[in-house]
Design a protein around this ligand. Sequence first.
Ligand code: MG
Length: 329
Amino acid sequence: MEPSGSLTLRYAVATDVGQRREANEDSVYTSPRLLAVADGMGGHVAGEVASSAAIAAITELDRKLADADDDADTLELLGDAVSDAVDKLTELALKDPRLHGMGTTLTTLLWDGSRFGVAQVGDSRAYRLRAGELEQITRDHTVVQELVDQGRITPEAAITHPSRSVLTRALQSGGEADPDLFFVEVRPGDRYLICSDGLSDVVPFEILAEILAEVPEPPSVVQKLVELANAGGGPDNITCVVADIAEAPAEDGAAGPADAPEETGNPTGVDVPVPSGAPGAISSTKSTKSTNSAEPADSTADDAEAATGEGTASGEATPAASQGNNTPE
Ligand code: MG
């Protein structure tokens, strides 16, 4: 199944350990048809393992999509990938009891050329900027969100609530996959943000809206967002993907093969190599303790990884290599 239609997806991604954490437990995957952010939890290496395993399931989905029929059911494919992610977590925890109870969020957007299928579990988020207005298009699976829904606290109180990170749903070893699955209609000019709570908890909604509305190119946007989260104390790992929807070039069939997600150095201005051979895929290998890592082990808290890409809707998507499965031996 290839993205079809007249719209082009242009995106950039950045992930950063932040200022206080020793390791980056976020993982992220981007390709011309899939954008995904996972925020792992579980302590020690478990969080990294969990988010990497979830992203590995998304990477696998991307491979399957290359061979899928054009009429394949997008939401079913997404749901299956989420189930696969849980199975991977369960399998890993059975092999290594130290990983028992590990979990991760997963926010995934699957682009079919005219709309996004969305799979959502946990409190990573997707937002849409349309005509200057920012809107959160995923719903947090948190205790605090439920309190807001029940009218027991205000949305304003939720922002600083001490239990705001307590999840009601996550992908967990031994658990069940229970994602929200839905479509989002897409228009030219839309801009999408997918991020972990290391961004959305730290940078206020109004500032996110301002940056997304005012900064023109996705690589500059993700750089700015990471800077702002770090300037806000960087209490958690920060990951963001920004994707713009544009009209594809008018020439008939001239869009050609989609560019593979391109590594264009580092828009954040920090000189850190991105994992080679894995355009578009960035995983949580920033831990100074990370052993099975595709990147040098000398990452510091100031390091940020970034990549950009462009996928023409009518072109051939190039699956990115997996970097999401850096699980321990
Ligand atoms: Mg987080």
